[in-house]
Design a protein around this ligand. Structure first.
Ligand SMILES: *[C@@H]1O[C@H](CO)[C@@H](O)[C@H](O)[C@H]1NC(C)=O
Ligand SMILES: *[C@@H]1O[C@H](CO)[C@@H](O)[C@H](O)[C@H]1NC(C)=O
Length: 309
């Protein structure tokens, strides 16, 4: 037995080399995925600009009077649509609440935890519409962020983000809704609404899109409904009222790490990946679609502490 197989070994050296190569391909792929992760994580150091040319973030010449801004968020603890499980939002707000409160205090904004406004008749994500709608009249701008987001660069002000997204043109001439896009189009996890009649009507119409409501799914339908509304706006209205940041990383970065799904996205939409991948120095990270949110948040907060932020 043994001698025969040793003969085979020597005879088929070339095919074995090929086999070896074949076996090492997945390893090679894995290594490139890790390299890609490192490159994307360092995107800003490599020259990526989340604020496009000429419109750098600046604390200079703040618009007068300073707009009143509130950051609004909640995490549905008790009646979370997904229940417990790995997608659970349980305890997420408690984990990030301090991060957001500290940021708003430092910048002089209000922080609103709207968890009391959750409507139990729909998956909790829908209630962001109610939360924003009910506080809008007290502020110039409301900045909604899903609970699974963390302020990762507290030196960047919301005014400067708006400035980059819309160009400062005076409050009344501003668009009303500022959003970002990811692989799926507009993302409803992080956005700005300006106090205006248009915003109120948009929010009411959004809430009224009951045909999009989905139970028992990780996609509750609020994002699809927002996309549908934006898509159905006449182009003039769209141009006047909605601004989509050309760079997702302006205020809604997603962590990129080596998984097959992320690898597929990197290959199929490299530009979208580049524009949206979380890199050191970005304003906000959003754990969209990720499991184990609390662990992720703990990891990010630890990294920020270590980096002295
Ligand atoms: C939303 O629906 C309610 C109840 O059906 C209705 O009274 C209201 O006018 C609707 N609002 C908008 C903006 O569609
Ligand atoms: C709510 O939104 C978050 C991220 O924005 C998402 O990860 C989560 O799956 C959504 N939950 C539901 C029940 O749709």
């Amino acid at each position: 037995m043994a001698p025969r197989s040793s003969v085979r070994w020597t005879k088929s050296r070339a095919p074995n080399r090929r086999l070896w190569l074949l076996l090492s391909l997945p390893l090679l792929a894995l290594a490139s995925l890790h390299a890609a992760a490192a490159i994307l994580r360092g995107a800003n150091a490599l020259g990526r600009r989340c604020a496009l040319a000429g419109a750098e973030y600046s604390a200079t010449s703040p618009p007068h009077p300073r707009p009143r801004i509130a950051m609004v968020s909640f995490s549905a603890e008790e009646n979370s649509g997904g229940g417990g499980g790995r997608r659970s939002f349980r305890g997420v707000m408690d984990a990030v609440g301090g991060n957001k409160r500290a940021y708003t205090e430092r910048m002089g904004y209000d922080f609103i935890d709207a968890r009391r406004l959750v409507d139990p008749n729909r998956p909790p994500n829908w209630s962001k519409i109610l939360a924003v709608r009910s506080h809008l009249r007290h502020y110039d701008w409301l900045f909604w962020n899903d609970a699974d987001t963390v302020v990762t660069n507290p030196d960047i002000s919301l005014e400067s983000i708006l400035n980059v997204a819309i160009g400062y043109s005076g409050l009344q001439a501003s668009p009303d809704l500022v959003v970002t896009e990811d692989f799926n189009g507009v993302n409803s996890g992080v956005f700005f609404f300006r106090r205006s009649e248009w915003s109120e009507k948009f929010l009411d119409t959004w809430w009224n899109q009951t045909s999009f409501v989905r139970f028992g799914s990780t996609l509750s339908g609020d994002n699809a409904a927002m996309k549908h509304l934006i898509d159905s706006l006449p182009s003039k209205e769209l141009g006047d009222h909605v601004r989509v940041s050309p760079m997702q990383c302006l205020f809604n970065s997603y962590p990129w790490f080596p998984t097959w799904k992320n690898a597929y996205r990197l290959i199929s939409s490299p530009l979208t990946t580049w524009r949206g991948a979380y890199s050191d120095g970005d304003f906000m990270v959003h754990l969209a679609g990720l499991d184990e949110k609390k662990k992720w948040i703990a990891k990010i907060l630890r990294e920020l502490r270590e980096a002295g932020r």
